[in-house]
Design a protein around this ligand. Sequence first.
Ligand code: C2E
Ligand code: MG
Ligand code: MG
Length: 749
Amino acid sequence: MQYPHLAKSAKIRIAAQAVAAVLTVQIASSQVHAGLLVAWLAILGAALGYGARVNASLIDADRRNMLKTEFHRHGMAVGVYAAVWSLPLLISAVRGPPDALMEQCAIVAILAVGSAMIVAAAPLGTIIFTIVMGLMSAVCFAVTGNYSMVGVTAFFMVINCWGAAETARTFLEARMAEAGMLEKSEVVSLLLREFEENQADWLWQVDTARRVRLASPRFSFALGKTPEEINGKPFLQLISGDMWETGQFAPSLHDLAERLKRKESFSNLMVKVTIDREERWWELSGTPMLDDTGTYVGCRGVGSDVTEQRESSEKIAYLARYDTLTGLPNRLMLNEGLGEALRYAEQWRARCAFLMIDLDRFKSVNDSLGHLVGDKLLAQVSKRLKSLMGENEMVGRLGGDEFAIVIRDASEKGHVEAIANRVIERLSQPYKIDHHTLYVGASVGSAIGPRDGASVEELMRNSDLALYRAKDEGGGEHCRYEPALHASAEERRQLEFSLRHAIQRDELLLHYQPVVDANDENVLSFEALVRWNSAEHGMVSPAKFIPLAEDTRLIVSIGQWVMEKACLEASNWPAHIKIAVNVSGEQLIEPDFASTVVRALAKSGMPANRLEIEVTESIFLRDAELARAALEEIMALGCSVALDDFGTGYSSLGYLRKLRFSTIKVDRSFVQGAANHHPESLAIIRAVVAMADSLEMSTTAEGVETAEEAEMIRQLGCKKIQGFYFGRPMPAEDAREVLIRGAAPRQRA
Ligand code: C2E
Ligand code: MG
Ligand code: MG
């Protein structure tokens, strides 16, 4: 870095030497011969020429290593013209007047000082020249006896050498610092380029007026413009779309503007920006820029477009809290809402409420018309529910056809009732879906917090109990939670527990009820009816435990046991007596139902045509196709199938045509209705008989209790009769006895 300066200052130095040479020639012209002077000038010119060549070769010294010989050569060159300049000194000391020596010394001193200043970077030459010239002058002064000038010369030598060295050191330090800075800025720009090229992020910079400065290509790309278009434009104008005109910024933009205004630094600030009329999300970080004096000159930072990440995380958050089918809050959000309402109620000694809603008959819609219609129905239900909600309520879907409402403040009397009734009324109105008009109802169970439960779980459980009660009472009702519900739920739980062990403990038994010919009153068959003599609960009615067994799927094993036991018993009876066995829908859709029947028949050795399966219309509510297939399978075995409790359930007559039932059993309620001379009951029985006749099916009247009823049924045309009048359900031994005696024991009313 030092030596190239020699070449750069060559011209000015040669000019200085020329002036000095002219002055020297003028001084010496009176003392020496002109020829000698010309010779000296020629030598000086040659020496300067040589020095210039040496210096020129060092022009690129800052970009390579200098050789030792180059140092030597440079020193030599300086030494040579120092020697050339010694000649006039010697001559003026020897030949000239004292003034000539002084003048010559002054010229040489000017050259030395000039050299120190002009080639401050490379002091070696100056120092060699100063020392050689200084020594020579000192000698000259000493020879002429001017001793004081010897001291002056020595002093000059020291000062000039020291000054040259010192200036060179300062120069070098400055150069080194500069080089360091240059390297640093090169590294920084390298890093920035790397950053801009490889990341999705970009750099941004604004000035004190928040206008964009030095826009990078990536940043302008993010703005959908070129760098020229955005430089100097207000940053907020570029990202705020139409809001810039109105001055009404979205909250995140407002936040950014505030931070820029306050000259604050910020990191990972989420800002909703509008670019080309499209809304996007940016994540921005920024730091204020200060100049050397600490004045704020703008702000810069990095940013990236995080729209996609944010959208997917928003979607995830939405999915976690909302039901996709209905768009209503889901169980999680209801939980949170109820928790908040409870906390509020506790804090302000108020009351909140939780309402559980279950659709009545939704299952039958779903099963008969398919899930697509079911889903549309749920969407309409949720729309109706939403329309009923106010500020104070939140409605959500718990799953399936269960919905729930959180009432934040239920302190007002009758508020919960009013909402529950409105919900039932609104949801019970008909729905129009794909040309179908559908009727479903709703049942509601409610619990008040914190009275009926201090925690979310407790409140939910208790309103569920109330809902269970509402459904139990036939649906379309609102039940409030009462502590007594716990008792019945607990009883049910215990009943279920005992029922699980009923078969192993041999607590189940079968009773048999005779079915007689309507005309000659001979026993045609027996219906097997299960009884449970529980160790814990005593005699439990099938009306109570069969639904429980169906709910808990215990009916499958119970049904299997009944089937085997009934067939085994019937195998002891005369060959023309049939056995009827009740089968629930749950059993029917079991994949191995037919094999259960086959096993029972095989074990007992009874022919299949003596077994009659009784099913109710409700089996067609679940999976009608599956049920039909199962029934056809056992019909193929030779068994017959009776339709039990006809007229009480789902009334679609289509399946009567599709399935060859052997018998239609007219429900007891119609028999009793007819006995009480209800015209509808009479009409229904007549119609069922007529229909069964035309479809070549038999009819059985259930629940005939008196001779008059039996007579009336006979008149109406029923083929078979079952009822207390001809025999109550009886133990196996009694049934055998009836068969031995050959007639059913009549009971006079
Ligand atoms: P179901 O199949 O309709 O059975 C007839 C029911 O009517 C029996 O009630 C019977 O005792 C009763 N009954 C018969 N004649 C008269 C009468 O003259 N007056 C009155 N008031 N009632 C009469 P039970 O034994 O209580 O059974 C009730 C229901 O439980 C049955 O109705 C049947 O659906 C179900 N069930 C009984 N045993 C079984 C079984 O082994 N499996 C299945 N899945 N269900 C069964
Ligand atoms: Mg039955
Ligand atoms: Mg029945």
